[in-house]
Design a protein around this ligand. Structure first.
Ligand code: ADP
Ligand code: MG
Length: 275
C-alpha cells in the first residue's frame, strides 16, 4: 500500500516544491517506488523533475476531471527515478470546474486508489493556498509534511495550517495527520533561526523532523537544470540532507501504521462499548 503525503504550507516560497522533488529523488535513490503529483498550476515540481510542462499530453488536470487515469497521465522522470503526474496552467481552470462536480474534493483520492499497489510513496506538491486543489491533496493523503523556515512569524503561519488540517481530519479525512514540520533553508549561524527552531521543538515535540535542510545554493540552482538537487549534485550538503530526510521518512512509516492501527482499534472499541 502506498503512503501518500502532501507537502503543504499556505505560504509561497517556503520550500514546498524543493522538498517535494528532493524527497521524491531521495526516496527513489534508496529503492522506493515513488509518484510525485504536482498540484500547483505553476508546474514547478514538473519542470524541476525534468518534465516539460508545455509538452504534457495528459496532466493532473485530466485526472481531476476524470478524463484520464493516473496510469495514463503519469510519466517517468528518467534521470530522477520516479514518476511524475505533471501540472501546467490548465490546472488553474480545474479550481472553477471542480466546484460544479460531485465529490469534488475526493477526486484525487479516488484516482490514486487505482495505483495504490504501484508505489511505496506518493508525494503531492501543493499550491500556496488552501484552495480546492490543496483540499484534494489533503483528502487524498495519510499525512502532511510542512516545510518551514525558522523565522519570526513561522509559528503563526503553522498554527493556521494546523487548524485547517484538524478540520479536514474531523470532517473529510480521518486518516490525515501532521507527519512533521521540516526545518528548511536553515542557517545555524543565525541566532534567531536557532531560537525559532528551539521554540518549534518545544511546541511540537516529535512532530519536528530530526533532519534539518540547510540553506544551500546547489538546491536553488538545480531547478534551472530540470533536476532535483539530489540528482544534480548528490555531494552537496543540501542533497545529502534530503537523502537523510528520505531515510527518516522511511523509518517513520511503521510507527505511523502502528498509530493508525491503534486509532482504528480505539474507535472499534468505542463503537462496541456504545452498542
Ligand atoms: P514553494 O514551493 O514553497 O513556493 P520553493 O521550493 O519553490 O518554494 O522554494 C522557493 C525558493 O527558495 C526557490 O528559489 C528555491 O530554489 C529556493 N530554496 C528552497 N530551498 C532551499 C534551500 N534549502 N537552500 C537554498 N535555496 C532554497
Ligand atoms: Mg512550489
Amino acid at each position: 500500500m502506498a503512503k501518500i503525503f502532501c507537502v503543504a504550507n499556505q505560504k509561497g516560497g517556503v520550500g514546498k516544491t524543493t522538498t517535494a522533488v528532493n524527497l521524491a529523488a531521495g526516496l527513489a535513490s534508496i529503492g522506493q517506488r515513488v509518484l510525485m503529483v504536482d498540484l500547483d498550476p505553476q508546474g514547478n515540481a514538473t519542470m524541476g523533475s525534468g518534465v516539460d510542462k508545455r509538452q504534457l499530453a495528459l496532466s493532473v488536470y485530466d485526472v481531476l476531471i476524470e478524463s484520464a487515469s493516473v496510469r495514463e497521465a503519469a510519466v517517468l522522470a528518467e534521470k530522477c527515478g520516479y514518476h511524475v503526474l505533471g501540472a501546467n496552467r490548465e490546472l488553474a481552470g480545474a479550481e472553477i470546474e471542480l466546484v460544479a462536480l460531485e465529490r469534488r474534493e475526493m477526486r484525487l483520492k479516488a484516482a490514486l486508489a487505482e495505483v495504490d499497489g504501484d508505489y511505496d510513496f506518493v508525494l503531492i506538491d501543493c499550491p500556496p493556498s488552501l484552495s480546492m486543489l490543496t483540499l484534494n491533496g489533503l483528502c487524498a493523503a495519510h499525512g502532511v509534511v510542512v516545510p518551514m523556515q525558522c523565522e519570526y512569524f513561522a509559528l503563526e503561519g503553522v498554527t493556521d495550517l494546523v487548524h485547517t488540517i484538524k478540520q479536514v481530519h474531523a470532517n473529510l479525512n480521518p486518516d490525515l495527520q501532521i507527519i512533521g514540520l521540516l526545518r528548511v533553508m536553515f542557517d545555524s549561524r543565525i541566532t534567531l533561526q536557532q531560537q525559532v527552531s528551539e521554540q518549534l521543538k518545544g511546541h511540537f515535540g516529535d512532530k519536528v523532523f530530526d533532519t534539518v535542510i540547510p540553506r544551500n545554493v546547489r538546491l536553488a540552482e538545480a531547478p534551472s537544470y530540470g533536476l532535483p538537487g539530489v540528482v544534480f549534485d548528490p555531494s552537496a550538503k543540501g542533497s545529502q540532507a534530503f537523502v537523510a530526510f528520505a531515510q527518516e521518512m522511511v523509518a517513520r512509516v511503521p510507527a505511523m501504521a502502528q498509530k493508525a492501527a491503534g486509532r482504528a482499534r480505539a474507535s472499534n472499541e468505542k463503537k462496541a462499548s456504545n452498542a
